[in-house]
Design a binder for this molecule. Structure first.
Ligand code: NAD
Length: 452
């Protein structure tokens, strides 16, 4: 099938690549020439494991391309997928890109004779596809729903595992305005063997929020438990989660083997969630509920716990090194989670702001985040180092902000050898505290407090 994907961000590009792997001819439509040129020469504009190789292969096979020519591509496509950004602005979802693209799609399909399916893949609050996208496409195309199809297909990929998730999804939710739309769109995924759930548009829209809010809730719940452990003293939250995870309802025993579901990584304490989804989606659905007269007490509490989690990290730092003015504080990790260069709403950004207010001298490193966020990092007033050893050299405390695999391998000895004062605040609880204590490092962690 000929498919247009509007948006060349994480979702648009990964969707485009995965659909081209399925055999479709995909054109990603973007606005920035630089990005388009990169994609057409087989290079990903952002870091995502495995993505570069696949883009290169699909571009070479002429299954994937990118362009800024919206009109021509939409006119000649059978399926048009909307994957533009839906940020939360002033606490509410900003649908301006969705509205613009819907108008443009309407204009593009105005005089086309064939039946096209318009698909919403961006995360949007319930009723957006039905009440905003559909009517705008109708208005600008002069066609009625039925003459074109309308679907809402939420995306569940995880940055860092995006390629794997998009090629082998665990489910495909297809919200559709009518049967024909759903059946036509389902042809795109005919070869994919996973449950396909056909629902109405609103149900598909809410499914995405229910899914993200559940995971965000697990994180904030775990961090609330960590606060209890920390403030009581004498409790290590890591021991608590080890025992909780072993519940056979969470880790089932299959063929006498304990299975550890990836879901359990969300029931673990740390310095909070970030990224392009959980923060904006929890805020958007809470605001949407409020506007509909529904009180979302749980989601608001989830947001509240998360927004104050960086303060907990700051407090651990203060407890272990005292006044932070002029102190050299090294942050290990800037991206919101490992295996991505995405720093949107990363906890590291919130900690940097707090540390600035304390007058600390901030230095940081990250294996991937610098390239794409260079301008922001250079302007932020922190010192960036590309190597862990350089960032640790002479530092008076180190804070683990992202659980990159390479940070897990750093030995306590290295912290002691390079740092002026060996103090480690483990914001992700990736280390074995006993090994650090043996080495004479002051080790602090979320859900533990300082231990010597
Ligand atoms: P992104 O910011 O990385 O990319 C959005 C893209 O849309 C950008 O390339 C931007 O240039 C483009 N765009 C905006 N207006 C446009 C227009 N008028 N014409 C053409 N392109 C336009 O965002 P993302 O992370 O890819 O997310 C996109 C959507 O998918 C959001 O609704 C998000 O909530 C949702 N989502 C994201 C993820 C994720 O992990 N990133 C996962 C699932 C769902």
């Amino acid at each position: 099938m000929k498919i247009a994907v509007i948006g060349t961000g994480y979702v648009g590009l990964v969707t485009g690549v995965s659909l081209s792997i399925l055999g479709h001819v995909v054109t990603c439509v973007g606005r920035e020439e630089g990005k388009i040129d990169k994609i057409n020469s087989g290079i990903s504009p952002f870091y995502e494991p495995g993505l570069n190789e696949l883009i290169q292969k699909m571009v070479e096979e002429k299954k994937l391309s990118a362009t800024t020519d919206f009109l021509t591509v939409v006119k000649s496509s059978e399926v048009v997928i909307i994957a533009v950004g839906t940020p939360t602005v002033k606490g509410k979802i900003d649908l301006s890109a969705i509205k613009l693209v819907s108008r443009q799609i309407g204009q593009a399909i105005k005089n086309t004779p064939d039946y096209k399916v318009i698909v919403m893949k961006s995360t949007v609050v319930p009723s957006t596809t039905e009440k905003i996208v559909g009517p705008l496409v109708e208005k600008y195309s002069g066609k009625k729903i039925g003459e074109f199809g309308l679907c809402m297909n939420p995306e569940f990929l995880r940055e860092g595992n995006a390629v794997e998730d998009a090629i082998g999804p665990d489910r495909i939710v297809i919200g559709c305005v009518d049967k024909k739309s759903g059946n036509e769109y389902a042809k795109v995924y005919v070869q994919v063997d996973c449950p396909k759930i056909f629902v109405n548009l609103r149900t598909a829209e809410l499914t995405k929020y229910a899914s993200n809010a559940l995971l965000a809730t697990m994180i904030s719940y775990s961090n609330e438990m960590a606060r209890i452990a920390e403030d009581m003293g004498g409790i290590d939250i890591v021991d608590v989660w080890k025992a909780v995870h072993l519940d056979r309802r969470l880790s089932p025993i299959v063929d006498r083997k304990k299975i550890t579901p990836p879901f359990l990584s969300y029931i673990y304490s740390g310095c909070g969630y970030g990224g392009s989804c959980f923060p904006k989606d929890t805020k958007a659905i809470a605001a949407f509920a409020k506007s509909a007269g529904i009180s979302s007490k749980i989601i608001n509490a989830v947001i509240d716990v998360n927004s104050t989690q960086s303060e907990r990290v700051l407090n651990l730092l203060k407890k272990s090194v005292g006044n932070l003015r002029g102190k050299k504080i090294a942050l290990l990790g800037l991206s919101f989670k490992p295996d991505t260069d995405d720093m949107r709403e990363s906890p590291s950004l919130f900690l940097i702001e707090l540390l600035k207010k304390e007058g600390a001298s901030i230095r940081a490193t990250d294996p991937q985040a610098y390239e794409i966020n260079k301008e922001m990092i250079d302007k932020s007033g922190i010192q960036y180092y590309s190597s862990v050893l350089d960032v640790l050299n002479g530092a008076e405390a180190a804070v683990i902000m992202t659980s990159w695999d390479e940070y897990k391998k750093i030995k306590p000895f290295t912290f002691r050898q390079y740092m002026k004062t060996p103090v480690v605040v483990d914001g992700r609880r990736i280390y074995n505290k006993n090994e650090f204590l043996k080495e004479g490092v002051l080790y602090c962690g979320i859900g533990l407090g300082p231990v010597k």
